[in-house]
Each structure stands twice: as structure tokens, then as C-alpha cells.
Ligand binder design. Structure first.
Ligand code: ATP
Length: 443
């Protein structure tokens, strides 16, 4: 057991170090010593995140006839968070050590008496609200208090009526959005797994009250299919039926999708049946009628809601930990990220076999430009020997490397395409490669 956990810690260290070394993820504000619970995404991290967000948007919104995207403001009228119950109840239990003053989440401590850091006495447990408070406008008093949204969901509930009045969708339908959420986590940890600023991809799906069960099942399937599409090892994804006493105040049924991260099995996503709690609360708090009129049955009712809630950053960490592979020993050792081509930040790298042969470089640039037009995320590299170039692309998970050699230019014999996972090389024309890659990328 101890051996396994050391191995897993090692894996986390390797992932964090690769992310920094190869430009995926950096500590937030690093040159100033960082800011706890914040992370900055570098060029490959940003591409990876965009690919995931685009796949989500397609699968959860644009491929469907019953889904609509929105993009609501992060700052909202504070009454939104009073009505949703976040002002009074969005808190975690906090304990502070009387000696070193380190703070901990009480529900994550095995020993609630002794400080795990210095052995000092832990103080009384109290509730700590996780919303970030700020002031909107030039006055800094109670009247100007606002919050950074702790979840994107609020922006969809308060726009339910706007969407009904503007595009007149028929129930069942849903709203979805991708955006930042902020939580002043007591103990941010495990890299981007628990941070204070993160991104969510959420759907609020509105149904007739009697139809919630089938909608719940449907979205459960959508979430699982998404996990497969982004290349997660499904043996690492587990569903947990959340017990009555552990569910959020608004939920009548919740499934947590958990993932086997290197530091243990933890929540990746949530799927909740939120009943009519949110629309009802916002209706009564705002005084605006937020109900739905069914033209067919001539009934007016408040829809019930199914919510699949996915974190972008937890997805990235799951994808990274499933993709990280090492092979060989010593000088032959190679590290590669076995990303599914769809999520890989760079799809193809193009090399001239030799850097100092103009004829090869020119041809390689021509091939590069052609592929870049086709696939966008394509790199050109002529630095160092071919072996080193392969290693660099392996570490950022590029599925294919295309090399232009003398046979390409002198015999019109196509290019060599090297596969990241097997190391196998095949000769084919550029046209054949484009066709092959388009298929792999489902374009
Ligand atoms: P946890 O119990 O781990 O704190 P939660 O149950 O509070 O999570 P939800 O409120 O259900 O999380 O949020 C929905 C999703 O948003 C989570 O499944 C996760 O993917 C993501 N998420 C929540 N909190 C964080 C965070 N601090 N950092 C990164 N992602 C987060």
C-alpha cells in the first residue's frame, strides 16, 4: 500500500514537472512567489483545454436539437446567491491550529484534535463561506457587495425567462455554458484538482416534473460517452450514488462520477436532479414569474432540472494522468502523453530530415503550410537530431510526426509518418496522410 502511494506521488510529481517544463500549466503569478490555488495555462495547456471545451460544446450543445448555449456574466446581483442558498449555506467546516495558525477543512481530517502540521491543538470548528466577496462600483460598503460566481449554474437559471421569451424553446430543453467559477477553498491542493479559480462546463436541462428520471438517465449516458470520447480509461471512472445526508440542499438525487487520480479516487463530475428548487427560489425572490406554459396541455408549471456539471481542470488532470506513459531505461527512456488525437494540443509535427539542406527545409515548409491549413495545430521543428525532435513531440503528446527526406524531394516518394505510441514509421503521400488524420480526428 505504502509502495503504491509513493509511486502515485511520484507520478503526480512527474506530471506537474512535465506540465511546467513543456508549457502546459504554470503556477499562478509564479515570478511573485505564486498565489495559492491559482494556475496559469501555457500554450499547450490552453490548446488542450480548448480542444476539450470544443468537444464538450459539440456533444452537449451543438449536436443536439434541445440544447442552447449561453455566456452569462461572472458578477451577478448578490440576490442571486441569496436566493440560491449560497450566501447562507455554501460553506465548508474550518478548523485552525492554535499554535501554527494553519487552517484545515475539518471534514478532511482524521484527527480533529491535533494539528497535522505541528501537533498543536486545533480550535473550534466553524463554517467558512467559500464565495469570494467583492465590491461593485465606487463605494465599498454593504450596499455594493457582490460575489464572484461559485458555479456557472446561476447564470442559466436567471436567464431561463429571457431564453423562453426570446427563442421560445419547447420543454424538454436545456441551457449550457462554459466559464470560470471561483471558490475560496480552505485547502487548495492536488495541482489543478482543487483550485480557487477553475472552469466549469454545465448544463441545466429543464423537464416536466414527471420526466426527471428518464432525463437523468439520458444525461448519465451523455457524460459516460464524453469520458470515452476524450480517451479516459473507463476502468478509472466510477459512479457513486451520493447518500441522502451528503447531497446538496437542493438535490433529490446525485451521482458523482469519480476518477482514479494518482492521489486517490476523487470526484471528477457531478450529475444532480435539482428539482424545481432554483427556478422556484429565483421566482419568489425576484418577484418575477419564472414558469413555463405548455401550449399543448394548457398547463403552467415550474420545470424541474437535471444538471450535469463538469470541471475543465479536473478533466485535464484526469486526461494527463491517464495519458502519461514511460518506456525503456536509461538513454533509451522515453516519456510520452498518449492523448487521443482529438484532444492533443498539437496534431502533427513536420521535420526536414536535415536542418542544413535547403532543399529539404523548403519542401518541409511547404508540407507544414499545407498541413497547418488543414489541421491548425501543426508545428515545424528542425532543431537537433530527429530522435530529439521525436522525444519533444512525444512529451507534448503529438500523435504524428511527418518527416521530409531525400526520397521525398528526389523520388517524389511521399513522407514518413511516425506513430507516437508504437514508434512505427510508414511512408505515404501527403494526401494519404491528410485523409488518414482527418479520419482519426473525426473531421
Ligand atoms: P468537491 O466535493 O470535490 O469540493 P463539489 O461537490 O463541491 O466538489 P460541485 O459543486 O459539484 O463540486 O462542482 C461541480 C464540478 O466543478 C466538480 O465536479 C468539479 O469538476 C468542478 N470543481 C468544483 N470545485 C472545484 C475546484 N475547487 N477546483 C477545480 N474544479 C472544481
Amino acid at each position: 500500500m505504502a509502495e503504491k502511494s509513493t509511486k502515485n506521488n511520484e507520478l503526480m510529481e512527474k506530471i506537474v514537472s512535465l506540465c511546467k517544463r513543456r508549457g502546459f500549466i504554470f503556477q499562478g503569478s509564479e515570478i511573485y512567489g505564486g498565489l495559492a490555488g491559482t494556475w496559469d495555462y501555457g500554450p499547450y495547456g490552453a490548446e488542450l483545454a480548448n480542444n476539450l471545451k470544443n468537444i464538450w460544446w459539440k456533444r452537449f450543445i451543438s449536436d443536439r436539437e434541445d440544447m442552447f448555449g449561453v455566456d452569462a456574466a461572472i458578477l451577478m446581483n448578490p440576490k442571486v446567491w441569496e436566493a440560491s442558498g449560497h450566501v447562507s449555506g455554501f460553506s465548508d467546516p474550518l478548523v485552525e491550529c492554535e499554535k501554527c495558525h494553519h487552517r484545515f477543512r475539518a471534514d478532511q481530517l482524521e484527527d480533529k484534535i491535533k494539528c497535522p502540521d505541528c501537533g498543536g491543538k486545533l480550535g473550534e470548528e466553524r463554517q467558512f463561506n467559500m464565495m469570494f466577496k467583492t465590491h461593485v462600483g465606487a463605494t465599498e460598503d454593504e450596499s455594493s457587495v457582490s460575489y464572484l460566481r461559485p458555479e456557472t449554474a446561476g447564470g442559466m437559471f436567471v436567464n431561463f425567462k429571457n431564453v423562453l421569451d426570446s427563442i421560445h424553446p419547447k420543454i424538454p430543453f436545456g441551457l449550457g455554458q462554459i466559464g470560470k467559477a471561483f471558490r475560496n477553498e480552505i485547502a487548495p491542493r492536488d495541482f489543478v484538482f482543487r483550485s480557487r479559480e477553475f472552469r466549469q462546463m454545465e448544463v441545466e436541462y429543464f423537464v416536466k416534473p414527471e420526466n426527471w428520471k428518464e432525463a437523468f438517465e439520458e444525461w448519465r449516458g451523455v457524460v459516460l460517452d464524453w469520458c470515452k470520447e476524450i480517451g479516459l480509461d473507463m476502468n478509472h471512472v466510477h459512479e457513486l450514488e451520493v447518500a441522502d445526508e451528503d447531497r446538496a440542499h437542493y438535490s433529490k438525487r446525485t451521482i458523482d462520477f469519480e476518477f482514479d487520480y494518482p492521489f486517490g479516487r476523487k470526484e471528477l463530475y457531478g450529475l444532480a436532479y435539482r428539482t424545481d428548487f432554483d427556478l422556484k427560489s429565483h421566482s419568489s425572490a425576484s418577484g418575477v414569474d419564472i414558469s413555463y406554459f405548455d401550449e399543448e396541455t394548457k398547463e403552467r408549471f415550474i420545470p424541474h432540472v437535471i444538471e450535469p456539471s463538469l470541471g475543465v481542470d479536473r478533466t485535464i488532470l484526469a486526461v494527463l494522468s491517464d495519458s502519461y506513459k514511460e518506456e525503456g531505461e536509461g538513454d533509451d527512456k522515453r516519456v510520452y502523453l498518449k492523448f487521443s488525437p482529438k484532444v492533443a494540443p498539437v496534431k502533427v509535427a513536420v521535420f526536414p530530415l536535415l536542418k542544413n539542406k535547403e532543399i529539404l527545409v523548403d519542401k518541409a515548409k511547404e508540407v507544414y503550410k499545407l498541413l497547418k491549413k488543414e489541421f491548425g495545430a501543426v508545428m515545424f521543428d528542425d532543431n537537433g537530431n530527429i530522435g530529439k525532435r521525436y522525444r519533444r513531440q512525444d512529451e507534448i503528446g503529438t500523435p504524428w510526426c511527418v518527416t521530409v527526406d531525400f526520397d521525398t524531394v528526389e523520388k517524389d516518394a511521399g513522407v514518413t509518418v511516425r506513430d507516437r505510441d508504437t514508434g512505427e514509421q510508414k511512408r505515404m503521400t501527403v494526401g494519404e496522410f491528410i485523409e488518414f488524420a482527418r479520419k482519426e480526428l473525426s473531421l
